[in-house]
Ligand binder design. Structure first.
Ligand SMILES: [Zn+2]
Length: 197
């Protein structure tokens, strides 16, 4: 069983940069998740969804998020894991507490991050969105390194997908109200959006 104390087992890595043809961001550590598929033909990518995740909730560090997104989470490692270990989910990107950027799904493909969801009356947000997970919890402030990295990623994503206007950056709680609460009240939206022109 891994330590559940915070560890920094990877550096924050290279700065984010331009997306390649498949939508891999330069500077991200690539850990391809099996939990992805093609977007519906002809879909315009025009929504960015911000999430938070920590496993177990409120605990940072360790490899549990990777394990979940790569379908190898040990259900016996923590009581919280048993009911989620077989859920098939992913995200395009994860930004860890130290700003390290991990990419599980290239942006041109559909990641399985939103679940049952709707934005401005249009359902199945996974079809047309990009999901970014911040390692965190609803009530714990995110780190300076995370805000910097998130702004950086957002810039490169919007450069590639200009239909993602400022008004089309949403929280998971906005597209799945009553079911999801992330990124939560500790996420400073003005700080983020003012840096992400
Ligand atoms: Zn979420």
């Amino acid at each position: 069983m891994q330590s559940m104390t915070e560890r920094h087992d990877e550096s924050a890595g290279e700065p984010a940069s331009e997306l390649d043809a498949e939508g891999w961001i330069g500077g991200a550590l690539r850990r391809p998740s099996p939990n992805q598929d093609d977007r519906p033909a002809g879909t315009q990518i025009d929504l960015l969804v911000i999430h938070n995740i920590s496993l177990p909730p409120g605990t940072f560090g360790g490899g549990w998020i990777d394990d979940l997104f790569l379908n190898r989470l040990d259900p016996s490692a923590h009581p919280y894991f048993a009911p989620i270990a077989h859920v098939r989910v992913s995200s395009h990107l994860l930004i860890r507490r130290d700003g390290a950027l991990i990419q599980y799904v290239p942006c041109e493909r559909r990641a399985w991050h939103a679940g049952v969801s709707s934005f401005e009356g249009r359902e199945r947000c996974n079809d047309y969105s990009i999901g970014i997970e911040l390692e965190g919890a609803d009530l714990i402030p995110f780190t300076d390194a995370q805000y910097r990295r998130l702004a950086d990623c957002t810039h490169w994503i919007r450069t590639r997908y200009p239909a993602i206007t400022r008004e089309r950056i949403a929280g998971h709680s906005d597209i799945a109200p009553g079911r999801k609460t992330d990124p939560g009240p500790a996420f400073d939206w003005p700080r983020y959006l003012d840096r992400s022109q």
